[in-house]
Design a protein around this ligand. Structure first.
Ligand SMILES: [Zn+2]
Length: 142
C-alpha cells in the first residue's frame, strides 16, 4: 500500500517525466524536421542531412514512447487503489456485504469490480474464472 506522501512524490515524478520527456522528444523531432527540411538546400550533403534527420526523428519517437510508457505505469500505480474504494462504497449503499463472499465460492478466485452487478436490489457476482454466477449475501439492516 502506498501512503499519501509517496503518492504525492510519484505524482511529481510523473509530471517531471512528462515534462522532460515531452521536451526532449519535441526537440529531437524539431531538429530532425529541420535537418530533413534543409537537406534540399544547395551546397549541402543532402544524403547525410536526410539520414541525420531521420535518426533524430526516430530518437524523438522513442522518447515519446518511453515517456508515455512510464507515465502510464505510474498512473496505474496511483489509481487502482481509488477504484477499490469505489467498489466498497457502491456495495455499502445496499447494506453490509460479507467481504468473504467477494471470493468465488467454487474456485476461490477474487471477484473483481466489473463482475459485480446490481439486479433488482440484489448484488450479483459472476466469476470470470469458472463462470459461476450467484447472489452476494447481504446482512440484514437493523
Ligand atoms: Zn470461480
Amino acid at each position: 500500500m502506498t501512503n499519501n506522501k509517496e503518492k504525492k512524490g510519484l505524482g511529481c515524478i510523473q509530471l517531471a517525466i512528462l515534462f522532460l520527456g515531452g521536451f526532449f522528444s519535441l526537440s529531437f523531432l524539431f531538429f530532425g524536421v529541420l535537418f530533413i527540411w534543409s537537406a534540399g538546400a544547395p551546397g549541402v550533403d543532402s544524403g547525410a542531412r536526410l539520414s541525420t534527420g531521420i535518426i533524430l526523428i526516430v530518437i524523438g519517437l522513442v522518447f515519446i514512447a518511453i515517456t508515455i510508457g512510464i507515465t502510464v505505469f505510474i498512473y496505474r500505480r496511483l489509481h487502482p487503489k481509488e477504484q477499490k474504494i469505489e467498489i466498497t462504497q457502491k456495495i455499502d449503499l445496499s447494506g453490509d456485504v460479507k467481504m468473504e463472499t467477494l471470493k468465488c465460492q467454487k474456485c476461490g478466485a477474487h471477484i473483481d469490480k466489473n463482475s459485480i452487478t446490481l439486479k433488482e436490489g440484489a448484488i450479483i457476482a459472476s466469476c470470470q474464472y469458472c463462470g459461476s454466477v450467484y447472489e452476494i449475501e447481504e446482512a440484514p439492516k437493523w
